[in-house]
Design a protein around this ligand. Structure first.
Ligand code: HEM
Length: 472
C-alpha cells in the first residue's frame, strides 16, 4: 500500500516527532477483561480499539459475539458498496436514534430507505447547497461578532461556540423565519438527547438485542415530545403559507417526491427527516470546526498560512461566501485533515446477515463488523506519519485512496449532507481565521472522547487576538 508515499513533503514531515503530534486517544495495548472493557467503553467507545488496529488491515475477536474491525480499503469497499445488502446498519445506531428520528433516512433499510434517499437527494444538490450559503455566511459573521466582544486574552470554549454557530445554521435552513420555533428550547432538548442517548454500552456495539437490559438507558423524555410537536406545527404552517424565499431545507423536502413512485413525505416523515438533519448535521460540523481550530492553534505555521489565504480572498474584511469556497483550498485541507485525525463519526458498525469473506477471514451471519474510521485514518499501512497534523497531504486528490479516508462513510449510504457540511465549515473557518489569531491555553488541550461522536472532552479552550484592521 504505497499510494501515500509520493504525497508528502518529506522535509517538513521529517522534522516532526511523536511529541509534536496533536492529542490522540490512547489505544489499548494489552487485552482487558470483559468487566474492564464494559466500564471503559462507557467512558469512551474508542477505548475498545486495540493499538494493533493502526497497523493491521483487520482485527477480529469474540466477546459474547464475534466481531471484526476493518481497516482495509478493499474490504471497506465490499461492506459499504459491493455487498451493502448483507451488511445493514447494526441495531446500535438504530436503537440510539430511533426515539428522536424514527424510521428516517439515517436508520431505514431497503425500500423504505431508498425512496427517502431518492426524495431527499435533490435537497442537497450542489445548487441548493450553494443557495443556502448566505445563511452560513450570516452565522459566521454573528460568531465573529460574539468572539470580538470577549475580553482580550480570556479563554473561550470553542466547542460551545461552534455548536451555537452550527445550530444557528441548521435552525435557519430547516425552520427559517418561523416565529413559533423556539430555538433555545429545541437546542437544549436535542443537545441533552444526544449526550444521554450517546452513552453507548458495549452491549450496543456488539449488537445484542435491545431487550438485553442496558445500564442507565432511558429512551424517553429529554424534551423530545415537545420538540416533535413544535416541528409538526411548523411543517403544517409551512404547508398552509407556502415556501420561504429562498426555499429552505423544509421547503425543498416538502416539494420532494420519489422520482419513481411520485410519493411525497407525510408530516411525520418530514419531521423525522428534519430532526435527522438537525441531529446528524450540526454537532458533527461543530466538531470538525472545533478540532480544526485546535489544530490551527497547535501549529502556528499552518495557522499563519491559512490566515494569509483567508485574508487575500476576504481582503475587504467581509465574511466568506459560498462563491469563495473554491478559492480557499488550504482552509479546506485543514478541515479534511481535522476530519482525518478526529472523524466525528469515529466508528460505525454493521451486522453481517449472510456468509462472506473479508481480508481472507470468514464472516458469519450475526457477526458484528466494526468500521473504526478513527483507526483507519491513523493506520500506518495507509498513511505516512498518521498521527501528525499535515493538511498538505490533501493537496493532491490523487494521493488519497478513496476507501482509506471515510469521514462521511461511502457507497449508497454516504452522508447526504457532506457538501453542505464542508461548505459551511470552510465559510466559518475562513471568516474566523481572517479576523482572529487562535492561541492554545497551556495545560488545557482537549481530550478526544467518543460518546456517539468524537468530542473534545472538557471543550476546546483557546484565547484569541483580534487582528487589527491595519494588519488585515
Ligand atoms: C462534518 C460533518 C458530518 C460528518 C462527519 C458526517 C458523517 C456521516 C457519516 C459517517 C455517515 C454514514 C454513517 C454510516 O454509514 O453508518 C453519515 C450519514 C448521514 N448524514 Fe452525515 N455527517 C456530517 C454532516 C451532515 C449534515 C450537515 C447532514 C444534514 C444536514 C447530515 C445528514 C446525514 C444523513 C441523513 C445520513 C444518512 C444517509 C443515508 O443513510 O442515506 N450529515 N454522516
Amino acid at each position: 500500500m504505497q499510494h501515500f508515499a509520493n504525497v508528502l513533503n518529506k522535509r517538513k514531515m521529517s522534522m516532526r516527532t511523536e511529541t509534536s503530534d496533536p492529542v490522540s486517544v490512547p489505544l489499548v495495548t494489552e487485552p482487558w477483561g470483559m468487566w474492564r472493557t464494559l466500564k471503559e467503553v462507557r467512558q469512551n467507545i474508542l477505548s475498545i480499539i486495540p493499538q494493533i488496529a493502526t497497523s493491521q488491515p483487520i482485527v477480529s475477536g469474540k466477546m459474547v459475539k464475534r466481531w471484526h474491525m476493518i481497516m482495509d480499503p478493499t474490504a471497506l469497499r465490499q461492506v459499504l458498496l459491493e455487498r451493502l445488502e448483507i451488511y445493514p446498519k447494526s441495531e446500535v445506531t438504530k436503537n440510539l436514534l430511533k426515539p428522536a428520528i424514527g424510521e428516517s433516512l439515517f436508520i431505514a433499510e431497503g425500500a423504505h430507505w431508498r425512496w427517502q434517499r431518492r426524495t431527499a437527494a435533490p435537497v442537497f444538490s450542489q445548487r441548493n447547497v450553494m443557495n443556502l450559503s448566505p445563511v452560513m455566511s450570516a452565522a459566521a459573521e454573528r460568531c465573529a461578532q460574539r468572539i470580538s466582544t470577549h475580553v482580550p486574552n480570556s479563554a473561550i470554549n470553542f466547542f460551545d461556540e461552534m455548536i451555537t454557530t452550527t445550530f444557528d445554521v441548521i435552525a435557519d435552513v430547516t425552520f427559517s423565519g418561523d416565529e413559533s420555533f423556539d430555538r433555545n428550547n429545541i437546542h437544549t432538548a436535542i443537545e441533552s438527547y444526544i449526550s444521554e442517548a450517546g452513552k453507548v454500552s458495549l452491549l450496543d456495539i456488539l449488537a445484542l438485542p435491545s431487550w438485553v437490559p442496558r445500564p442507565n438507558r432511558l429512551l424517553t423524555g429529554w424534551g423530545l415530545t415537545e420538540t416533535k410537536e413544535i416541528a409538526d406545527r411548523v411543517i403544517e404552517a409551512r404547508k398552509r403559507y407556502g415556501a420561504a424565499d429562498p426555499p429552505d431545507l423544509l421547503d425543498l423536502l416538502l416539494e420532494g417526491e420519489d422520482p419513481d413512485t411520485k410519493r411525497k413525505m407525510k408530516t411525520a416523515e418530514l419531521r423525522e427527516n428534519l430532526l435527522t438533519f438537525i441531529v446528524a448535521g450540526h454537532e458533527t460540523t461543530a466538531l470538525s470546526l472545533s478540532w480544526a481550530l485546535y489544530l490551527c492553534a497547535f501549529d502556528t505555521e499552518v495557522q499563519a498560512k491559512a490566515r494569509s489565504e483567508a485574508q487575500s480572498v476576504l481582503s475587504d474584511g467581509r465574511a466568506a461566501t459560498g462563491d469563495d469556497v473554491s478559492q480557499l483550498p488550504y482552509i479546506r485541507h485543514i478541515i479534511d485533515e481535522a476530519l482525518r485525525l478526529y472523524p466525528p463519526a469515529g466508528m460505525v458498525s454493521r451486522t453481517a446477515i449472510a456468509k462472506d469473506e473479508l481480508c481472507g477471514r470468514a464472516i458469519r451471519p450475526g457477526d458484528t463488523v466494526i468500521l473504526p474510521f478513527y483507526a483507519l485514518h491513523r493506520n500506518e499501512l495507509l498513511w505516512d506519519h498518521p498521527n501528525s497534523f499535515y493538511p498538505e497531504r490533501f493537496s493532491s486528490s490523487k494521493s488519497i485512496e478513496r476507501y482509506a479516508y471515510l469521514p462521511f462513510g461511502d457507497g449508497p449510504r454516504i452522508c447526504i449532507g457532506a457538501s453542505f457540511a464542508l461548505q459551511e465549515a470552510v465559510i466559518i473557518l475562513a471568516t474566523l481565521l481572517s479576523r482572529f489569531e487562535f492561541i492554545r491555553v497551556p495545560g488545557r488541550d482537549p481530550k478526544p472522547v467518543m460518546i456517539l461522536t468524537l468530542r473534545p472532552e472538557g471543550g476546546v479552550w483557546l484565547t484569541t487576538n483580534q487582528i487589527s484592521k491595519t494588519t488585515k
